[in-house]
Design a protein around this ligand. Structure first.
Ligand code: FES
Ligand code: FES
Length: 174
């Protein structure tokens, strides 16, 4: 059984795993982080989206050993019930969910879209980039609006921590 070192939501963990274990299973079953969902296990639905070293990945397509020595951010790491992340606030305000099953993955994907495209990301880009995240309830319209509003509210700040993200695209005032 290999042992891996993972930093998850800022906390270092040493974990013994089966060499074939998927990252999503280690997060859910090993660490109890069940906010990351499993909708398909075949890389189609995006419910398992987390960030690996700052980039969105589908955790059902990553072996846990591939994450050894790396940083993982899950939905539990971006906000709390009393202090929601601006992207979570935007999903609530824009009714970007119904049953909520896809929501953690949508939010983690939305954060990556905001990081790469900046605060003024438009609906076409959001729709195109959400092609790997499926929702069976909402029809996507409110999710797209929520991600655009969340990106704007973040204003180029780092996903966690609040300081400006040096890599984030910015818009200059006209
Ligand atoms: S559970 Fe990973 S993409 Fe569906
Ligand atoms: S809100 Fe139900 S699957 Fe998206």
């Amino acid at each position: 059984m290999p042992a891996i070192a993972l930093t998850v939501n800022g906390t270092p963990h040493g974990i013994d795993i089966d060499g074939r274990a998927l990252l999503v299973d280690v997060l859910r079953e090993g660490l109890g982080l069940t906010g990351t969902h499993v909708g398909c296990d075949t890389s189609q639905c995006g419910a398992c989206t987390v960030h690996l070293d700052g980039r969105a990945v589908k955790a059902c397509t990553v072996l846990a050993v591939q994450a050894d020595g790396h940083e993982v951010l899950t939905i539990e790491g971006i906000g709390t019930a009393g202090a929601l992340h601006p992207m979570q606030v935007a999903f609530r305000e824009h009714h970007g969910l119904q049953c909520g099953f896809c929501t953690p993955g949508m939010i983690m994907a939305g954060l990556d879209i905001a990081r790469r495209n900046g605060p003024s990301v438009g609906p076409e880009v959001v729709r195109e980039e959400l092609e790997g995240n499926l929702c069976r309830c909402t029809g996507y319209h409110n999710i797209v609006n929520a991600i655009m509003a969340g990106a704007q509210a973040m204003g180029g700040m780092q996903i966690v921590g609040g300081a400006p993200d040096a890599d984030a695209p910015t818009v200059s005032a006209a």
